[in-house]
Design a protein around this ligand. Structure first.
Ligand SMILES: Nc1ncnc2c1ncn2[C@@H]1O[C@H](COP(=O)(O)OP(=O)(O)OP(=O)(O)O)[C@@H](O)[C@H]1O
Length: 280
């Protein structure tokens, strides 16, 4: 990576605007995301979180402003960007093994045919499976695996191309607390060991709170960007939701009261050993 690209950050949005039909999802968005940084994207349904990932993937152009990923316009199929799409249940009858699913993350990238390409590919898939501790079930049909095991494989699929930017769209959906923590830990470990920048769309802030650096909170065209302590205040959320909202901190967790669709988990029990707020 060149010095200019490093200075610019992994992701750079300036004056970014996205309109869909008559709606402006967001505008005037300035955000630089640095190598190794963990950014959580929060917001109610339809606030444009997935759309933001689509822009960073090069699938959707901005309506106005500029976006750069690694200093360049985002390009579809870049191996420098790993993507965990929103979870769809895998067909229980799908004939894929875990190993095959992870290998799909390499297709369309850099492996040519031939023996050397195949051996390198096998090594790469093995390393990604090892990174998420999924070697034990790598040869089982994916449809027979638990939700948590399937999610580990999706993380491995996103990491197999050795990306320097990881985009994750609600990767905690329908996982229990222990599995949520495992996925968050895997992603956190990856960005610490490889300096991979992370953009993590989530409805549940508390599971990522101990690892998150900054939050982008989108509500109906308005947004706030900052550390959890900067963003998660009653004043900010009252302004964003345009209704009285109270943000309460209880035993290191953040509860949002008053905005019915606020994407923060209200009911989970605190997890032992994870009491700190936004601390790294
Ligand atoms: N192809 C499209 N054409 C027009 N509008 C669209 C299109 N795709 C999405 N939208 C609209 O853009 C808005 C933002 O959608 P997006 O999926 O980004 O929201 P989100 O914040 O990810 O929501 P959720 O939490 O429900 O996943 C929604 O109102 C959606 O209906």
């Amino acid at each position: 990576m060149s010095a200019a690209q490093t200075r610019q950050g992994t992701v750079s949005l300036s004056g970014a605007e996205l309109r869909r039909g008559p709606r402006t999802l967001w505008s005037g968005l300035d955000l630089d995301i640095h190598p190794g940084e963990f950014v959580a994207v929060l917001g109610p349904n339809g606030s444009g979180k997935t759309t933001l990932l689509q822009v960073l993937l090069g699938l959707l152009p901005l309506s106005a402003g500029e976006v750069r990923v690694h200093g360049e316009e985002p390009a579809r199929g870049s191996s420098a960007v790993g993507y965990i799409p929103q979870q769809r249940a895998l067909d229980p009858l799908t004939p894929l093994r875990g190993r095959d699913l992870v290998g799909l993350g390499l297709d369309g990238h850099r492996w040519g045919p031939g023996l050397r390409g195949r051996a390198a590919r096998r090594r790469q898939v093995h390393a990604a499976l090892a990174q998420v501790d999924a070697l034990d079930y790598a040869d089982a049909p994916v449809g027979s695996l638990s939700g948590g095991e399937q999610q580990r494989l999706r993380v491995a699929q996103a990491l197999v191309g050795d990306p320097s930017l990881l985009l994750a769209d609600e990767p905690l959906l329908s996982l229990d607390l222990a599995r949520q923590r495992e996925v968050v830990d895997l992603v956190d470990r990856r960005r610490r060991t490889h300096d991979t920048a992370v953009v993590f769309v989530t409805h549940e802030l508390n599971p990522v709170l101990p690892v998150v650096d900054r939050i982008l909170y989108l509500v109906d065209g308005r947004f706030r960007i900052g550390t959890p302590d900067e963003v998660m205040t009653s004043e900010n959320l009252t302004e964003l939701y345009r209704t009285d909202v109270e943000v309460v901190r209880v035993r290191g967790r953040i509860l949002v009261v008053g905005a019915e669709d606020a994407p923060v988990h209200h009911h989970e029990e605190p997890a032992a050993g994870r009491q700190e707020v936004g601390a790294r």
